[in-house]
Design a protein. Structure first.
Length: 322
């Protein structure tokens, strides 16, 4: 699934233009990111300068997310606080701790371990909404969880990073919080406000939003690969193993947490997807900005893998009716 591209927000019986566009983008996204990453690895020079535009590119991604939200989506938060709270709490507990565990298990170098921790500490990727749709999950719940985790990220992501990495690596907590507010909160609420004020206009451009986000994510991921071509040659397989294992923990523990707290099957599948599917583009950009180019590698790898894993998960469980 596209780790950060706008997702189908509802589950009608027949796909409308927005849903079709998002569904196609889900499968096109990993191919685009993988092809671009390979090219950036082989010919890094043209891609490296894109690193100067990470902040505005992240803002574009989140603005697109805001445009896909509606007032009914927000009402869902008030209507179902218990399952939403479970999913969001599981995400911000399971994924950071899983990142620490995987980094120690595989013996990741310090900057790669920090990058994996940031990946585990950012909010859920909006691609989770489309994965939930394809997996016959609870799409409204998915949208609500993504929205709440995104709004909370300027507070929780810096705190989690400080708590779990602050003793080993200097962490600019206030700087991270302000950057997340600039690149997450303001664009998301700006998109939502535009959606409220110009709903019909926004409806016309919704099918294009996944593709705009894909291009913006590419602009975040490709310079991370270009600046780390030499490092990837030596640790690429190790990082891939770490991202896959981290993602697998998210699916497994997210599902178990939901079932243990009494959520029904569709909600449990949705929780697993939300916990496992991180905002990889945001992770890569934040890691590059506040730590090092090397720390951005796990997010860059996750931008591809989370979408592939999401598609595989949806294919495996979509026949389950309860």
């Amino acid at each position: 699934m596209l780790s950060d591209a706008p997702a189908a927000q509802r589950a009608p019986k027949t796909l409308d233009a927005e849903d079709r566009s998002a569904a196609v983008a889900v499968f096109a996204f990993p191919a685009f990111i993988l092809a671009g990453a390979v090219l950036a690895y082989l010919v890094p020079a043209p891609f490296a300068p894109l690193g100067a535009y990470i902040t505005p590119l992240l803002a574009i991604i989140m603005f697109c997310m805001g445009l896909t939200l509606t007032i009914p989506d927000l009402r869902e938060v008030a209507r179902r606080p218990w399952p939403i709270g479970i999913g969001v709490a599981a995400q911000f507990v399971i994924m950071p701790l899983a990142a620490v565990a995987v980094a120690r298990l595989l013996g990741l170098p310090e900057q790669l371990a920090i990058g994996l921790l940031v990946l585990g500490s950012v909010p859920g990727g909006t691609a989770s909404n489309v994965i939930a749709y394809l997996a016959r999950g609870d799409v409204a719940l998915s949208v609500a969880m993504t929205s709440v985790s995104t709004v909370l990220s300027p507070l929780l992501t810096p705190i989690i990073t400080l708590l779990l990495a602050g003793e080993r690596t200097p962490v600019d907590g206030p700087g991270m919080a302000w950057t997340l507010a600039q690149t997450v909160l303001i664009p998301v609420f700006g998109g939502l406000l535009l959606r409220i004020l110009a709903d019909r206009l926004v409806d016309r451009i919704l099918p294009a939003l996944p593709w705009l986000s894909i291009l913006a994510i590419g602009g975040v991921v490709f310079p991370a690969v270009a600046k780390n071509a030499a490092t990837l040659a030596s640790v690429g397989l190790l990082v891939f193993a770490a991202v896959v294992l981290h993602n697998l923990f998210g699916y497994l523990l997210g599902y178990l947490a939901a079932r243990a707290t009494g959520l029904p099957g569709p909600a449990a599948r949705t929780t697993a997807i939300e916990v496992a599917t991180q905002s990889a583009g945001l992770s890569s950009g934040m890691s590059a900005k506040f730590f090092s180019p090397e720390a951005a590698i796990p997010g860059a790898v996750a931008a591809v893998w989370h979408n592939v894993a999401g598609a595989l998960f949806a294919f495996a469980v979509r026949r389950i009716r309860r």
